[in-house]
Design a protein. Sequence first.
Length: 133
Amino acid sequence: KEAEKLLIKDIRKDDIYMNHFSKEEARELIKGLGQEGLDATLFAAVACGEYRAAVVAIEAGAEVKQSTIPIPLLIMAIKDRNFPMFKLLLSHPNIDINVKDWFGESATELVRNLPEFTAYLENYKAQSFKADV
């Protein structure tokens, strides 16, 4: 539990392994947190916009399609206009692009006024369609 508190605190400071841990040390530390801890770490990383921490959490096994969080991770990345995080989450095979926010708007609807996001999502959908055929 102490390691989990330290890690979450460091994520919030945006210095998960830049100042305190190497990437490998961070990966080993969060592996010991269990699935709930991994998922919490990923949520905190996305909420804080800490891309590298999100990568480490995903590599360690955090689930991008979390049902117990107040706002879906993909929606959070869109609303924060965090394009690198958006791309990272879309690169995960378990991402749900049809997820909706509290008001019932999907990722596709939320990116409609964000040209860079829209183009990337449309390309993502086209690639997914080709893979399904």
